[in-house]
Design a binder for this molecule. Structure first.
Ligand code: SF4
Length: 387
């Protein structure tokens, strides 16, 4: 059987745009019905894809702005068009401001078996700064409701590195999150994405960003504190509780992105990767709908990854994970010898305590993960000289 693929569905709507967000979504819901029809059509176009699907992730945007009936239609159409395996992980992203007890029960009944809630913070000051539509109380209530609705696999997203945030206030957010016993936690550093209202306010000098060394300190505290409290780090920003198998409650879907596995992305702005081709849809609901209504695929552009690009991606994605790069697979795929290719950089990085080579894998230490971009840059430069 072919390697199972992931299916990602991008819901391009949010009740309101958060000030830091550069994901593609619009707060105008007038195209909601047109989008749903176009999505059903897009699935029909890809029906018969020769690979089974073992993870489906409905993200966005805010999927929970869709009625449970609309989510159910999406799932029904996905099951009709694709070979979704019986034990597939089916995740829905939800925001505390847009889920009710009833809708959560309906999502669960329609087959969603994992829910990822965008909590971001349990402090109203921070939520206000980020422009979130919900309160700290709403956040806690949404987790309780998800449990009551029967979700036994819940992920929470949190953000740190907020101006004015103290170590104590961040640790209190982590403690509150863990007190709900989520199976999965994603802890993201606040980043100032170009063109977002928050980045504009920063440039205007209306507040000061947290200094980098303080953010780094919070990152190290996060990994340490979560490890002490039963959450295993498996990627720069992702932590999971142990579970029935070795991978515990890691997000099976997100692991596909980091392991270079195939995935199909549907909806505006969604990206797909079916080796060696990457392709993506337009960042516009209107042009997505127009293209599908005109009877053609919505693809905006595509690129064929060269061996050099594939090597770069293998390094870039592999080093994000605590498992790191599998050396035997790398050697086999690129017909190279890993230690020879990176011989000029590995000893130095190991000596600096940033990277380790162990048995069959090459991975970054916690301190190395803080310098991820510059380490990747050095490795890619060394690697591309040899390919
Ligand atoms: S809810 Fe999520 S996707 Fe929507 S604007 Fe906020 S951060 Fe972005």
């Amino acid at each position: 059987m072919a390697e199972p693929a992931g299916l990602y569905i991008h819901i391009p709507f949010c009740a309101r745009k958060c000030s830091y967000c550069d994901f593609y979504s619009v707060a105008d819901l007038s195209l909601k019905n047109a989008f749903s029809k176009a999505l059903a059509q897009e699935m029909r176009f890809y029906a018969g894809l020769a690979v089974p699907i073992d993870t489906l992730y409905i993200g966005g945007g805010t999927p929970s702005v869709l009625d449970p009936g609309e989510i159910e239609c999406i799932l029904t159409q996905a099951r009709r068009c694709f070979n979704i395996l019986p034990d597939a992980e089916l995740t829905l992203e939800a925001n505390p401001g847009s889920i009710s007890a009833g809708s959560l029960s309906d999502y669960r009944r329609s087959g969603i078996n994992r829910i990822n809630i965008g909590i971001q913070s349990f402090q109203d000051r921070v939520l206000g700064f980020l422009g979130r539509i919900h309160s700290a109380e709403d956040g806690g209530e949404s987790i309780r409701r998800a449990r009551r609705a029967g979700f036994s696999n819940i992920g929470l997203d949190l953000i740190y590195g907020i101006p004015g945030q103290t170590d104590a206030s961040w640790l209190s957010d982590l403690e509150t999150a863990v007190s709900f016993g989520p199976e999965h936690l994603s802890c993201y550093m606040l980043s100032y994405e170009k063109g977002t209202p928050l980045e504009l306010r920063l440039r205007q000098g209306r507040f000061k960003a947290m200094p980098e060394e303080r953010v780094a300190g919070l990152y190290l505290k996060t990994t340490q504190w979560l490890a002490q409290n039963g959450y295993m780090q498996y990627e720069v920003s992702n932590f999971a509780r142990p579970g029935p198998d070795g991978a515990g409650y890691q997000s099976r879907h997100n692991r596909k992105y980091w392991s270079f596995a195939p995935y199909l992305g549907l909806g505006p702005s969604a990206h797909s990767f079916l080796e060696p081709v990457r392709f993506w849809n337009p960042r516009s609901v209107q042009s997505y709908v127009d293209r599908l209504n005109a009877g053609r695929l919505a693809i905006e552009d595509k690129e064929m990854l060269t061996p050099r690009q594939q090597m770069m991606e293998t390094i870039l994605l592999g080093l994000r994970t605590t498992a790191g790069i599998r050396v035997d697979r790398f050697n086999e795929k690129f017909k190279l010898n890993f230690p020879d290719v990176f011989g000029t950089v590995l000893p130095e990085l190991e000596e600096a305590g940033l990277l380790r080579m162990e048995k069959n894998r090459c991975f970054l230490t916690r301190h190395g993960m803080l310098l991820l971009d510059s380490i990747i840059d050095r490795m890619v430069r060394a690697g591309t000289e040899k390919i």
